[in-house]
Design a protein around this ligand. Structure first.
Ligand code: 2HA
Ligand code: ZN
Length: 274
């Protein structure tokens, strides 16, 4: 058996959490990541018959029975993942009842998975239906995105449009736009259901005045989506703070980019005023 601490998926979690922490997006225990793993890949490092603990999840994830995830721990700090992965991360498998997580590794201090597990697993279920390659769900509290939430309407069309206008490549990175939820209580099944509903149409979902979710086939895709929104939000906040904006990328310009990158199918044209 190989040493789990050398596994590429543990390395991915360490790098992502460290990068997010250093961007200032994940203060204290803010943020959480779940990454679906292949059984054969995990079997190189762990005895899959050895269940350390069983932890109820409190919701039904029948579609994910037998699926294995590496997930950040509840109350754990992103900044500590790279120094103590076995305490701050855990590897869980969804048991045959669909409502129990079998702990295969990690949460070494007796802890458990993130309080946002409902939103994560429900989002995995929703995205896998749209994109069977999806593996990562990432939640974070990026600073400028949140600042923008305080001064911009929390409206899908309007928020997407403003972000698209901020830098030329935004519409290329997220042509389908961004889903937006109003402020809601977090950590429960209700916000999980609402997030998953948005995930049918979007790879990015804003939790109003809380943070953002990004998904993708790997860590880079999920991170890159959030990073691009955050960059656009930063530009918006800086430009708005200056008190004058005299130039903008027009909707005709944006559509020209969509055509240049052949994104007519993916692009939410109804979010543009053409
Ligand atoms: O667990 O970000 O939304 C920390 C969070 C909750
Ligand atoms: Zn959060």
């Amino acid at each position: 058996m190989k040493d789990i601490l050398t596994a590429p998926f543990v390395e991915d979690m360490k790098r992502a959490t460290a990068n997010m922490y250093r961007q200032g997006w994940d203060e204290r225990n803010g943020g959480n990541i779940s990454f679906m793993l292949e059984e054969e890949q995990v079997a190189e490092y762990l005895d899959l018959n050895n269940v350390i603990r069983e932890i109820p999840t409190g919701f039904d994830a029948t579609d994910l029975i037998g699926k294995i995830f590496i997930v950040t721990g509840t109350g754990k700090y992103f900044k500590n993942v790279e120094v103590a992965p076995e305490t701050n991360l855990g590897i869980i498998r969804i048991a045959k009842d669909g409502t129990t997580a079998e702990l295969l590794w990690g949460y070494a201090d007796g802890g458990k998975f993130t309080s946002e597990l409902p939103a994560h697993l429900m989002s995995h279920m929703a995205r896998l239906k749209v994109d069977p390659q999806n593996r990562v769900v990432m939640h974070s509290h990026p600073t400028y995105t949140l600042a923008m939430n305080h001064i911009h309407e929390l409206d899908e069309q309007k928020l997407t449009h403003t972000l698209w206008e901020m830098c030329t490549e935004c519409i290329v990175v997220f042509p389908e736009g961004i889903g937006v939820l109003p402020w809601m209580v977090c950590g429960n099944n209700e916000i999980g259901i609402a997030t998953a509903e948005k995930m049918k149409d979007f790879r990015l979902v804003i939790w109003g005045l809380h943070g953002i979710y990004g998904v993708g086939k790997d860590m880079d895709e999920a991170f890159g989506l959030i990073e691009t929104v955050e960059k656009a939000a930063q530009l918006y906040m800086l430009a708005t703070a200056s008190g004058k904006r005299i130039n903008t990328i027009t909707d005709e310009n944006l559509w020209a980019i969509v055509e240049r990158f052949s994104l007519q199918e993916q692009c939410r044209k109804d979010f543009l005023n053409l």
